[in-house]
Design a protein around this ligand. Structure first.
Ligand code: ADP
Length: 496
C-alpha cells in the first residue's frame, strides 16, 4: 500500500499537539467544575479559622479589660463585618440561647429575650455554633451549617461558623463567641466560570490548531526536504546537497549526510581507479606470458637456451601475478577488518634481525650493503606477523630505491622513551608533492624504475593500514637527491 509517508510526520506533530491541548483543557474543566466547590469550602473554613482564632485570643483574657482593648474589639468587628463576617456573643443554657449580642453593643443581655433584635437565621446560626461546640470538647470549633428555613418565606443558606467559649473580666464566664460567614451560592459563580472557561476553551483550541499547524510545518518541512534529497541521491543523483537548515540537530544530520555522500563518491572513484590499475597490471604479465608461451611453441622449439630463457620470463611474470593477487587480498582483508590484530609481546630487535636475514643472500649477490644498528632486547606489543610484513616492505623499498652506492641502513633504537625503527636509503628521495600520495593504494612512481625487488604498488598502502590499526606514529623524512628515512615509533612493552 502506498502511504504518503512524507506527510505523516507533519500530521503526527499536529495531531499530538492538538491532543495535548485537549487533554490540558479537559483537566482544567474537571478541576474547575469538580474541585472548585471543595477548594472553595476549604478556603472559607481556613480563613474563618484564622480570623476566629485571633478574635478568640483577644476576648479570652484574664487581664483587666481597658477601654483601648474594647476599642480594638470594635474595630475588629467592623473590619470583619465589611468582609462578610458577623461576630456574636451569647449566653446559653438548657439547650437554648438565653441572651445574645453583637460586639457593637458591647453588653450582653443576660435575661431571656435579649436577643429579640436578631433574625431567626442569626439565632439559628448562633445556636448551631454553640451546640457543635458543646458536642466537641475542643477549645473551639469551626463547622459548616446548612440552615433550612421551615417557614414558607425563608430561604436555605449555608454558613461557616466558628465558636469558642470565652471569659474575660468584662463579660464574665459562660460566654460564647460565635463568628459566622455565609457561603454565598456557588451556583452562580460556577456558571459564570463555566462560561468563561467555554470561551477560553474555544479560543485555546482555535489558537492551538493554527499554532500546531505552523509548528508542525516548521519541524517537519526540513526533514521532509531532507528525505526527498536522500531519495534523489539514492536514485543516483550524486549532485544533490543536503541543506543544513532549521534546527541544530538537523544541521548536524545534513552535514553528516553531505560528508557521507562525499566519502562514498570518493570511495567509488578510488575503487574505479584501483580496478583500472589492477586490470592493467594483470594484463601486462598475462600478455607477456601468452607471448612467451607462443614463442616457445613457434620459435624456440628445440633450442634449449632460448626455451629456458622464455620459460624463465613466464615463471617471473607468474610470480609477479601471484604477488599482486596476494597483496590485493592482504590489503582488502586488512581494510575490511577480516584480518584482526593478534597483539602479543614481540621482541622487535629479533624480528628486525630476522627480516634483514631474508635480504642478506640477495644483498650479497647483488652487492647491496645493509648496515645494521639494532639495539638488543627491545620489546613491543604488536601483531608479530603484520609488523614483520611492514618491516619487510620498508627494507624492501629502501633496497629498491637506494642510490648508486647500494647502501641501506636499518636502525632500531630507544629514543626519548620510544622505540624507533628506521629504514634509511641514499636514493633520489621523494619530492614534497608526492610525500602524501605514496601511501595511497596503488600509487607508483610513473617513471619506470629498474628494481631489484619486484613491487606491486601496494606495499606502502599495506604498511599504512597495518600501522594505523596499531595506532603507531610513522612517516618519512626525505630529501631529494639525498635519500629517504622511513620511520616508525613504537611504545615500549611493559608488563602491566
Ligand atoms: P612499489 O614500491 O611496489 O611501487 P610501494 O607502495 O611500496 O609500491 O611504494 C609506492 C611508491 O612510493 C613507490 O612506487 C615509490 O615511488 C615510492 N617509494 C617508496 N619507498 C621509497 C623510497 N625508499 N625512496 C623513494 N621512493 C619510495
Amino acid at each position: 500500500m502506498k502511504v504518503n509517508k512524507l506527510g505523516k510526520l507533519r500530521y503526527n506533530i499536529w495531531f499530538y499537539f492538538l491532543l495535548f491541548t485537549l487533554i490540558l483543557i479537559a483537566v482544567l474543566w474537571v478541576s474547575q467544575v469538580l474541585i472548585y466547590d471543595y477548594v472553595y469550602r476549604q478556603q472559607k473554613l481556613g480563613a474563618l479559622k484564622e480570623r476566629g482564632e485571633s478574635v478568640y485570643t483577644e476576648y479570652n483574657t484574664s487581664a483587666p479589660v481597658t477601654q483601648s482593648m474594647v476599642n480594638d474589639w470594635i474595630n475588629d468587628a467592623v473590619g470583619y463585618a465589611e468582609d462578610g463576617y458577623s461576630i456574636y456573643l451569647a449566653k446559653y443554657s438548657a439547650g437554648s440561647v438565653i441572651a445574645m449580642e453583637t460586639v457593637f453593643g458591647m453588653s450582653v443581655a443576660t435575661e431571656a429575650g435579649g436577643s429579640n433584635d436578631f433574625s431567626p437565621v442569626e439565632k439559628a446560626v448562633v445556636s448551631a455554633g454553640i451546640r457543635s461546640y458543646l458536642v466537641q470538647s475542643s477549645e473551639y470549633v469551626c463547622v459548616k451549617y446548612d440552615y433550612s428555613d421551615q417557614t414558607s418565606a425563608g430561604s436555605d443558606e449555608t454558613f461557616y461558623i466558628f465558636c469558642g467559649k470565652v471569659s474575660n473580666q468584662r463579660f464574665g464566664d459562660e460566654l460564647y463567641l460565635v463568628i459566622s460567614t455565609p457561603q454565598h451560592s456557588l451556583k452562580s459563580t460556577v456558571a459564570a466560570m463555566q462560561l468563561q472557561l467555554l470561551i477560553v476553551t474555544l479560543l485555546v483550541i482555535a489558537l492551538s490548531f493554527f499554532l500546531s499547524m505552523y509548528i508542525s510545518h516548521r519541524l517537519a518541512d526540513p526533514i521532509i526536504d531532507m528525505a526527498r534529497t536522500a531519495k534523489k541521491w539514492a536514485g543516483g543523483d550524486a549532485q544533490v546537497t543536503f541543506k543544513a537548515s532549521g534546527y541544530e540537530e538537523l544541521s548536524e544530520l545534513a552535514d553528516a549526510l553531505n560528508f557521507a555522500k562525499e566519502g562514498i563518491a570518493r570511495t567509488g572513484q578510488l575503487q574505479a581507479d584501483l580496478l583500472a590499475n589492477v586490470s592493467h597490471d594483470l594484463k601486462t604479465p598475462l600478455t607477456m606470458i601468452k607471448a612467451y608461451a607462443e614463442m616457445i611453441r613457434d620459435i624456440s622449439g628445440e633450442d634449449k637456451q632460448k626455451r629456458d630463457f622464455h620459460a624463465g620470463v613466464i615463471i617471473d611474470e607468474t610470480d609477479r601475478l601471484t604477488m599482486l593477487v596476494n597483496d590485493i587480498l592482504d590489503l582488502s582483508k586488512l581494510q575490511n577488518g577480516i584480518n584482526k590484530l593478534d597483539l602479543e609481546k614481540v621482541d622487535l630487535s629479533e624480528l628486525c634481525e630476522g627480516v634483514i636475514m631474508k635480504f642478506s643472500d640477495f644483498a650479497e649477490k647483488d652487492g647491496f650493503v645493509i648496515i645494521k644498528d639494532i639495539d638488543e632486547g627491545l620489546f613491543v606489543k604488536a601483531d608479530e606477523q603484520k609488523i614483520s610484513q611492514v618491516i619487510y616492505n620498508l627494507i624492501g623499498n629502501a633496497v629498491n630505491y637506494t642510490g648508486e652506492d647500494k647502501r641501506i641502513k636499518v636502525s632500531l633504537k630507544k629514543r626519548d622513551g620510544k622505540i624507533v625503527f628506521e629504514a634509511i636509503d641514499t636514493g633520489k628521495g621523494i619530492s614534497e608533492d608526492r610525500i602524501n600520495t605514496i601511501w595511497e593504494k596503488y600509487y607508483r612512481d610513473s617513471e619506470t624504475h629498474q628494481r631489484p625487488i619486484k613491487g606491486t604498488g601496494l606495499g606502502l598502502s599495506i604498511v599504512k593500514t597495518i600501522l594505523e590499526s596499531h595506532n603507531l606514529r610513522f612517516g618519512v623524512i626525505t630529501k631529494t637527491g639525498v635519500g629517504s628515512n622511513f620511520f616508525i615509533e613504537f611504545e615500549e612493552y611493559t608488563d602491566d
